[in-house]
Structures are given as structure tokens and as C-alpha cells.
Design a protein. Structure first.
Length: 131
């Protein structure tokens, strides 16, 4: 399955992983599933791991995903979002996502290292680069 997630209730954190050729439809379905998730914490930090995603989204797909996050905010209180990527092209596209999705998070940043992303989420007070 290209989009999988696990919720850490103790940390109020969702770890989402996209792998392979992830489509916009699968990303949108992920938000549908998350909105239906029983026992979801009242607020969530997001660790989005795209290190195994093989395709490169278009600017329109990036904007559509960010828009969907804005709609999900009615049901899910997203706080911080750390995105981990390994490829340069994906890093650039996700910097664009930072701009589109920034209004829907308190903090948002793209990383190349998973440990650094987790530490940033744990710290809780680092401002977003897109701010």
C-alpha cells in the first residue's frame, strides 16, 4: 500500500509513509481514512516520510494535497509537520508544499534526515522556514 500511517497516541503524532508511485488519489484517500479514524488524538504532529516515494508530484498535485489538508483541519487539529525526503527533486517540490500548506500547521519543515526531523518535532518550538 503506497500510503500507510501509524498513530502514536502517547506523543499525539502520526507517522505517515508514502512508498512507490504514490498517486494524488491515494493521498486524498489517506485524509479520508484519517478523518474516520476512531480514537484519534485531539491534535496531531505529523512525521511524513517520503524517502521511499519514487514518483515526483506536480505543482498542481502539491497544491491539491495542501488544499485537502485545509479541509481536514475542520476535523483534525494538525500542529507541526516534519517531512523527510531523500531525493533533491522531491526536496524542491516539498519546499513548494511548505508554502502551500503552511497556513494549516503551526510549524512545517522539510528535512533530509529522519532523526533530525524527529528531533525537530520533539523540540516543539522551532519556527517553520516558510513562516
Amino acid at each position: 500500500m503506497p500510503v500507510t500511517y501509524e498513530i502514536d497516541h502517547k506523543r499525539n503524532r502520526i507517522a505517515t509513509r508514502c512508498s512507490g508511485d504514490t498517486t494524488l488519489f491515494e493521498v486524498l484517500e489517506h485524509f479520508d481514512a484519517l478523518e474516520r479514524e476512531q480514537g484519534r488524538p485531539p491534535h496531531l504532529d505529523v512525521l511524513l516520510d517520503l524517502t521511499e516515494q519514487t514518483n515526483l508530484p506536480t505543482a498542481q498535485q502539491i497544491q491539491a494535497a495542501a488544499s485537502r489538508i485545509g479541509m481536514a483541519k475542520w476535523m483534525i487539529d494538525f500542529r507541526a509537520c516534519a517531512i523527510v525526503v531523500s531525493r533533491d527533486a522531491l526536496f524542491g517540490m516539498l519546499r513548494m508544499f511548505e508554502v502551500f500548506a503552511h497556513p494549516h500547521f503551526e510549524r512545517l519543515r522539510v528535512f533530509r534526515d529522519s532523526a533530525e526531523a524527529r528531533a525537530w518535532l520533539d523540540k516543539g518550538d522551532s519556527p517553520s522556514r516558510a513562516a
